[in-house]
Design a protein around this ligand. Sequence first.
Ligand code: ATR
Length: 276
Amino acid sequence: MQEHLAVIGYPIEHSLSPVMHNAGYQAVEKEAIYHKFAVKPENLQEAVLGLKALGFLGWNVTIPHKEAILPLCDELTEEAKIAGAVNTVKVQNGQLIGHNTDGVGFVRSLTEHMELNSEKHIVLLGAGGAAKGIAMALAPLGVKIHVLNRTKAKAQQLVEQIQGFGGQAILEEWEPGEWLNQGDCIIQTTSVGLKMEGYPFSLAGISPETLVVDIIFNPWETPFLKEAKSLGCKTVNGIEMLLYQGVKAWEFWFNEEAPASVMKEALLNALQVENR
Ligand code: ATR
């Protein structure tokens, strides 16, 4: 039987999820098609009921619906509850199960580059939705999370949330400080760089041993990552986070391992990245 999956969001035309998933289906000869649908906020409920009525196995949810879809789900996984957001839905016995693979996907991509344990200091730049998902997935690993954000009150809130969840978090000022030298890894989660704008402060002074991550992948290398690279640091952009949230969604829908390398190749081809 042909399965149907999709991503819903608004806008949606630039989503690379169909490319990534369809390449995976083709590679393993899975009878499935992954669609993308532009769904305006006011039509979310109807769209969700429509997908269910049409027999979709599941779908991904992206901006701006990740929180709005919460009350439309019959059940939420622990990951979705903790993140307070859903990026993956599965229809199971007529019930909508809301799940979140953003955080675990990010942690999976990070573990490709470093070991995560209670000795490690992670600097989290930003305290928005993306930062929260990442922080909540990192918290149980015991890493020390330094949080800084332009609006300090939001950083404070996130620190309390991490601590309430049993994690280790430290509030920092939104400026260069001790964290520059302490961080084994710096994760940039704000929208600064999307338009190739420079970062509000410099990374000068960080150790070249620091792993520097930006969750943006388009542009491929933000000025923030360029600076980190010029300081001799290993840099990682957001493409792996996109990849592994998709890999984890595949595993949730099909209960089997996803062909991650094929999916990554498809993403890179779609972005036409050279020198990879
Ligand atoms: P997302 O879900 O992508 O994380 P968001 O929840 O709107 O989006 O969060 C955006 C993040 O980018 C926030 O941390 C925001 O900082 P504020 O809390 O101070 O708004 C950050 N951000 C956006 N523009 C910024 C800028 N020009 N300088 C610094 N931080 C910025």
